[in-house]
Every structure is written in structure tokens, then in C-alpha cells.
Design a protein around this ligand. Structure first.
Ligand SMILES: NC(=O)C1=CN([C@@H]2O[C@H](COP(=O)(O)OP(=O)(O)OC[C@H]3O[C@@H](n4cnc5c(N)ncnc54)[C@H](O)[C@@H]3O)[C@@H](O)[C@H]2O)C=CC1
Ligand SMILES: O=C(O)C(=O)COP(=O)(O)O
Length: 526
């Protein structure tokens, strides 16, 4: 019989489902070394946000078939390591949406009326009616950063409380924002005008320390910040300094850069600060929802059935998956790449399936391409099940064409994305043992395998330009793993595709564009 390890607190409803098909061990508070020691006995691991599933633990999980995250964020799981091992990672993208939204709303009102401190005061025996004069949210401006599942519910409720709604979300259309009652604005304007700023975005390289000393200085001195999304989006040292200097009116945090929260200036601040221990999803209802959602997926996978909310491996039957998996990985890689090249919000995605890909089994490839395209916006919240729905909700028009004629490769996939910042295209194929190769970028022929960190330049094909770029990167200690030039005619325009060992340090892109002959440059992380 299969064995399942539950290493975080999971509602009994989930345990009961797992017990139908497996022996279930609930072991909470395991240290990493303890988890490494026992994980090899288990076919499945069920977690929330406390257990950190590192590459080391995944490699020790020699029998693991599935990791189930009873919640949204899988940033505590080394998903690429799981994918390399063929371990499916599933989550519950919507099970705790209402809970998290209501926690953010509760924080807004608790901050406004100093409820935690007033409560503590009365419980200490005081009757102090002067120290807790609050503020109304009515007719105040709420700035919603991230208008996804949770942000849009917060906006809907705040609107009923008479708040004016501003939103910033580079991947949402103006129409969609207006449907949600929000005026879509640039982030700086939101910071300048909002009385309350509530964060509902994933933690990504772009959103890390989005709230910092510089952005805090743009806000009203009376502004209040709420973070029920992810620790790290706010620079907590800068926030504490701004609060102590009276540059910010208040903050309510449910998530922290390091959890459990260690030593922090935030603890010493008064009624203008509310701190909760990552309770956004901690309602009875949400915990039943996510436990059942994920336990059912673990049960299905252990029974050899596909999972419905896999974040890394599509929920297809084993045979179909075996046949399509390499092409789906190609499609997802190309979707991720073209999404980053296009930048901003994509409005149209043209997908051309060529040669052996032009079959009636194209739908999983289209879904995989959309999942890759939406990854920058939604991270682990987008999966093979909801990618098409999310694309539709975001107003992305998908145009699919098939051409069974075979050209340079047996089967190629061409994606063209038109977004608010322009149009870009990529083509790819599988070579040899089904190795992914990029074969064209923006109409320029190349033939390179994708790597995690890549740099693309559009430049004039002229002597010395490769050397200048190489020297510039070298001066910033950027190591080039490979480089290739694609051009259509000699001395015309050309594209350079470089694989680099590490992410491009901040600010270098601007230096690259200053190199004579270089027209544009893009850095991507795949
Ligand atoms: N505190 C807690 O216990 C909980 C926290 N969460 C966290 O809340 C966050 C939001 O969750 P959902 O609404 O379900 O996710 P979602 O994926 O539905 O929404 C995220 C939104 O952020 C937008 N976005 C992505 N990058 C952005 C950027 N740089 N600037 C502005 N917008 C950006 C996306 O376009 C998307 O609309 C996630 O990080 C999730 O992990 C979710 C549940 C409970
Ligand atoms: O679902 C999420 O992203 C959460 O942050 C919820 O975390 P938890 O399951 O309550 O540890």
C-alpha cells in the first residue's frame, strides 16, 4: 500500500481521503534532517507553507510520485528539482482565496480602528477612549497591487464599503480592471494617491522589495500598507524606518521575509502596526477546501490517474503524456520566452504548429504555451488546467494555425506574441533525443538550446560588435556559456543569442544598449 507523509497541519477531511488509498503518517515540525531521513519511505508528501521541500529532500525521496501543496504558493518547493525527478507538484489555486481576501480586509479595518491595541487595553483593565481614535475607509482610496483571485475579491468588497479603487497589474487589461471596479494606473500613481495599499502578488525577482525606502517615500505619510501575499515583497527594515520616522501611517503584515518572524524592529512599534503569523488561509472553510482539493489529487495520482492542478507536469494519461511531454516542454519554454520578450500585457498569441506537430493533438501544446506565457504573471498559480481560462480572462486572443508541411525540422512550433510593448516571435524544435532548440528569434535564424539565463540583442551586423559586447559583459564579470549570431543578410540587422551563467546584474542592460550598433537587448530567465 502507498505511504503518504503529511508534514504540515492538514484538515482531517484530507487525511480521510488519503487513508482510502494509502497509509498516512502525520509528522509535524520535522527538521530538514529528520525529513531527509524518512522521506525515502513515502510515495507522496503533503504540505502547506511551513515545510521547505528542498532539492536535497526531493533527491532523498526516491519513491516520491507527488508533492501536494494545500494552498496556492509553492515557493517553498524546489519545483524544477521535482520536475527533473518526474515528481508532479500540485496545489489548490483557489481553495483559500476568500480566506486570504477576508484577512486582508480585516487587516485594513483593524488598522483603521486600532482594534488589537484597543482590545488589549480593555483586557488590561483600562477604559481609554482617547488613544484609539481611528479613520474611516469610506471614500478613501484603496490601491490594489495584483488584481488576481484575491486582489479582485478584496476590490469587490472594498467597493461596497465606499472606497475608491486603484489597481496596478501589468498583466491585466484596462477593460478587465474596470469590470472589477478598478481604475488601472501605473504603480507610482497608485503609491502617490492611495490611502491604503494592499499587496496581492506573487514573490518574484521583480516583486522582491517592491516596497522599499524609495517607493515608501512616494506614498502619503498617512498611507497604510497591508501585505497578506508574500514576505519579501516589502523591505521590512525600510518599512520599520519609515514607520518610526512618521513617513508612513501604518502597516499590517501577515507574511514576512523570514518565517517564523525573528528579531524585528516591527515588533517594537505601536498601534500603527499589526502583525499576524501567516494566517491568511487559516479559516476552517479554507483548510477543508485545500485539504480535500489536494488530497483528491494525491489519491488520483497514486491510483495512476492525472492530477487536475499540476503546476509542473500536465494531467494527461501516461501514454499520451509520454508522447507529448517533450513537445509540451518545448511549447512551455517558447511561451515563457516570448512572453518575456514581448513584455507587459500580451493581447494576441499566434501559435503555428508545423510538420509533425500539426496534428489533432495540438490542444495540450497550446495549453502548455499559454502556461509558459502566463508564468511571469501567475507563477505557480497557472497550471495546465486553468491556463486557457486565465488567458481568456486576461483578454489574450489565441490564434492557432497548423501547417503539416515539413521544412527545416520534422516538427517546429512558432509563437508570436503581440503585447502592449510590441511584437516578438520565437520558433523551436526538438532535435536528436528530443532536445529543445530555439531555431528563430524575431525572424532571425539561430540554433541554440535554451538555458536558464539568456541575453538577446538586436544589432547591426558589423565587425567588432561581438567583441565589444563580450568585453562589456566581461567587465561586469558576466560569464558567457555560449553565443550565436542569427542574420538574414550580411551587414544587415542581426540577433545575438547568449547563454550566460548567472542572471544579468542590475543596470547592465542599459549599458549594452549604449554599445554602438546595438538596437535593443532583452534578458530572460527560463
Ligand atoms: N497569506 C496567505 O496565507 C496567503 C497568501 N497568498 C498569496 O497571495 C498572492 C496572490 O494570490 P492569488 O490572488 O491567488 O494569485 P493570482 O495569481 O490569482 O494573482 C496574482 C496577480 O498578480 C499579478 N502580478 C504578477 N506580477 C505582478 C507585478 N510585478 N506587479 C503587479 N501585479 C503582478 C498577476 O497578473 C495576477 O493577476 C500569492 O503570492 C499567494 O501565494 C495566497 C493565499 C493565502
Ligand atoms: O496558499 C498560500 O499561498 C499560503 O500562503 C497559505 O499558507 P498556509 O497553507 O496557511 O501555510
Amino acid at each position: 500500500m502507498s505511504k503518504v507523509l503529511v508534514s504540515d497541519s492538514i484538515d482531517q477531511a484530507g487525511i480521510d481521503i488519503l487513508s482510502q488509498v494509502a497509509t498516512v503518517d502525520v509528522k509535524l515540525g520535522l527538521k530538514p534532517a529528520e525529513l531527509i531521513e524518512i522521506i525515502g519511505e513515502y510515495d507522496a508528501l503533503m504540505i502547506r507553507s511551513s515545510t521547505r521541500v528542498t532539492q536535497e529532500i526531493i533527491e532523498a525521496g526516491t519513491q516520491l510520485k507527488i508533492i501536494g501543496r494545500a494552498g496556492v504558493g509553492v515557493d517553498n518547493v524546489d519545483v524544477p528539482a521535482a520536475t527533473r525527478r518526474g515528481i508532479v507538484v500540485v496545489n489548490s489555486p483557489e481553495g483559500n482565496t476568500i480566506a486570504a481576501a477576508e484577512h486582508a480586509l480585516a487587516m485594513i479595518l483593524a488598522l483603521s480602528r486600532h482594534i488589537p491595541d484597543a482590545n488589549a487595553s480593555v483586557k488590561r483593565g483600562a477604559w481609554d477612549r482617547n488613544s484609539f481614535v481611528g479613520a474611516e475607509v469610506y471614500k478613501k482610496t484603496l490601491g490594489v497591487v495584483g488584481l488576481g483571485k484575491i486582489g479582485s475579491h478584496v476590490a469587490a468588497v472594498a467597493k461596497t464599503m465606499g472606497m475608491k479603487l486603484l489597481a496596478y497589474d501589468p498583466f491585466i487589461s484596462t477593460d478587465r480592471a474596470e469590470q472589477l471596479g478598478c481604475q488601472l494606473v501605473e504603480l507610482d500613481l497608485l503609491f502617490q494617491q492611495a490611502d491604503y495599499i494592499t499587496l496581492h502578488i506573487p514573490k518574484t525577482p521583480e516583486t522582491t522589495h517592491l516596497i522599499n525606502a524609495t517607493t515608501l517615500a512616494k506614498m502619503k505619510p498617512t498611507a497604510r500598507i497591508i501585505n497578506c501575499a508574500r514576505g519579501g515583497i516589502i523591505d521590512e527594515v525600510a518599512l520599520a524606518a519609515a514607520l518610526k520616522a512618521g513617513k508612513i501611517g501604518g502597516a499590517a503584515l501577515d507574511v514576512f521575509e523570514s518565517e517564523p518572524l525573528g528579531e524585528s524592529e516591527l515588533r517594537s512599534l505601536g498601534k500603527e502596526v499589526i502583525l499576524t503569523p501567516h494566517l491568511g488561509a487559516s479559516t476552517a472553510e479554507a483548510q477543508v477546501n485545500v485539504a480535500i482539493d489536494v488530497a483528491e489529487q494525491i489519491r488520483d495520482v497514486l491510483l495512476g490517474l492525472p492530477a487536475r492542478s499540476a503546476v509542473n507536469i500536465p494531467g494527461l494519461g501516461p501514454d499520451v503524456l509520454e508522447e507529448l511531454k517533450p513537445y509540451m516542454q518545448l511549447a512551455e519554454t517558447l511561451g515563457n520566452l516570448v512572453g518575456q520578450l514581448a513584455g507587459g500585457r500580451v493581447e494576441v498569441l499566434n501559435i503555428r504548429l508545423q510538420g509533425e506537430l500539426a496534428t489533432n493533438k495540438s490542444q495540450p501544446l497550446v495549453v502548455a504555451a499559454l502556461k509558459g506565457l502566463l508564468y511571469q504573471a501567475l507563477r505557480e498559480r497557472v497550471n495546465y488546467v486553468n491556463a486557457s481560462i486565465e488567458a481568456k480572462e486576461r483578454g489574450i486572443r489565441v490564434i492557432e494555425t497548423r501547417d503539416a508541411s515539413i521544412r527545416d525540422y520534422a516538427g517546429t512550433l512558432h509563437l508570436e506574441a503581440t503585447g502592449t510593448l510590441g511584437t516578438h516571435s520565437v520558433t523551436g524544435a526538438l532535435l536528436g533525443e528530443r532536445e529543445i532548440h530555439l531555431t528563430d528569434v524575431d525572424g532571425f535564424p539561430i540554433n541554440v538550446p535554451p538555458s536558464k539565463y539568456m541575453l538577446f540583442t538586436l544589432h547591426r551586423d558589423m565587425p567588432g560588435i561581438i567583441g565589444k559586447l563580450g568585453s562589456l559583459l566581461g567587465s561586469f564579470n558576466v560569464n558567457i556559456a555560449s553565443m550565436q549570431v542569427g542574420r538574414k543578410i550580411v551587414r544587415g540587422d542581426a540577433v545575438m543569442a547568449l547563454s550566460i551563467d548567472d542572471p544579468l546584474p542590475e543596470g547592465i542592460l542599459n549599458e549594452i544598449i549604449k554599445v554602438p550598433g546595438i538596437r535593443d537587448a532583452y534578458t530572460v530567465t527560463l
